[in-house]
Ligand binder design. Structure first.
Ligand SMILES: [Zn+2]
Length: 409
């Protein structure tokens, strides 16, 4: 990595000053793995890719023996303003951590995400940190701090009284992890968040009302339909947290673009998702992490929560639902995003299917037509890893170079 960095940094800033031909052992273009491919980058764009690309006069040629070149990976579900719950409980992060502390920590989370090969990330809620994601995104875009290209949702929207932190003297207003709304106010909250900078809207269609209770649907069909319609009218996609079949069903009927978790989903609701083209972000890594925080050592049989996630994931796959790659990072460490990729493989997807999920599928699900593949005209967001992640997904952790917009990070 050091040698490569020196080779490339010499001509970086702000973008590669001359065309650069990258010659890895293989290239994953977003769909399939190709042996003996080359990729030509000029400025912030990919200008050519294929088996017979030659370097134009004056181009720099970078040999990457043994390495795989991939599109910059896309994290589908992160919370840059959270850090692992075994460090600090979620309640304490929301209630006791100053906004400036959370923002400073989020800049580090953003850097770790980028250097793990994720050049784009969808942040699905600041969890009590207000609109700080809009400012963080601006800081990254202005080159003030390193990080992925962000899709932000700001505060997210929950049904009044449904979310947390909970368990305090009734009648005392306690700061919440998302914006509370009800009735026509749900659509109004969506519009307010869009005006404040939200690229997507995040809604919670179900939640548990008290500790130990199962999740139950929160928003009515009319509330979901109104809010999702308002977001779509504004050209914003909508991610919906939903675990119960009824919460999922209402969200899908209302036009949700992605369902987050879906951990109690049944065959009927996954069939509906398949018919409507709704994408599932199964977030297997979050359930796995939480079970381990509660003492699970990874041995089988897995605890009920983990088993439920796996069963639902398999039903979704059997129904043909498109799978997003998003781990709910923040519940576990930023930079460990590949944890979800390993679990997707462990539960039945092939490594190539998982690589597609983290590139083309996520790009399509989030409406990003300028990335997610290696093809002429697309952004030069690229990652180089040692080994072949098409055979062993663990290779995605062996990152030796990250390029964002033609600039080596
Ligand atoms: Zn989440």
């Amino acid at each position: 990595m050091r040698i490569l960095m020196i080779l490339l940094l010499a001509t970086a800033a702000p973008a590669l000053a001359e065309p650069t031909l990258l010659k890895p052992a293989r290239v994953f273009d977003g769909e399939t793995m190709h042996a003996v491919w080359q990729v030509l980058v000029d400025g912030d764009r990919i200008v050519a890719a294929g088996s017979d690309v030659t370097a134009p006069a004056g181009a720099k040629v970078v040999d990457l023996p043994g390495a795989t070149l991939l599109p910059g990976l896309i994290e589908g579900h992160t919370h840059l303003f959270l850090h692992p719950y075994n460090e600090t409980k979620w309640d304490d992060q929301v209630l006791h951590e100053p906004l400036a502390l959370r923002t400073a920590r989020a800049t580090v989370a953003a850097r770790k995400t980028l250097m793990a090969g994720f050049t784009t990330a969808r942040d699905l809620g600041t969890e009590g940190a207000g609109y700080a994601d809009v400012g963080l995104k601006a800081a990254i875009d202005q080159g003030i701090v390193p990080g992925p290209r962000l899709i932000v949702v700001t505060r997210a929207i929950v049904a009044t009284g449904a979310y947390g932190p909970k368990g305090f003297e009734p009648g005392v207003a306690v700061p919440q992890g998302a914006e509370e709304a009800g009735g026509e106010g749900v659509a109004a909250a969506a519009r307010r968040q869009i005006a404040a900078g939200a690229d997507e809207i995040k809604l919670y269609a179900d939640y548990h009302w008290g500790p130990g209770e199962p999740s139950r649907p929160t928003f009515s069909q009319a509330e979901l339909t109104g809010a999702i319609g308002a977001a779509h009218d504004a050209g914003r996609r909508v991610a919906v947290h939903a675990s119960t079949p009824e919460g999922m069903r209402r969200a899908v009927i209302a036009g949700a673009d992605t369902i987050e978790h879906g951990s109690e989903g049944d065959a009927a609701v996954f069939k509906l998702m398949r018919e409507r083209g709704t994408v599932l972000c199964p977030t297997l890594a979050a359930g796995d992490a939480i079970a381990r925080y509660r003492g699970w050592n990874g041995a089988e049989p897995a605890p009920p929560g983990v088993k439920g996630d796996r069963d639902a994931f398999r039903l979704a796959r059997a129904a043909g639902v498109a799978i997003c790659m998003g781990g709910d990072v923040g519940v576990f460490s930023h930079g460990d995003n590949a944890r979800e990729m390993a679990l997707l493989v462990a539960n039945g997807m092939t490594p190539i299917e998982v690589l597609r999920a983290a590139t083309t599928v996520n790009a399509r699900a989030f409406g990003l037509s300028d990335r997610g593949r290696i093809a002429p005209g697309l952004l030069a967001d690229l990652v180089v890893v040692t080994g072949d992640p098409g055979k062993d997904i663990a290779a995605v952790r062996q990152v030796t170079m990250v390029m964002k917009g033609g600039v080596v990070q």
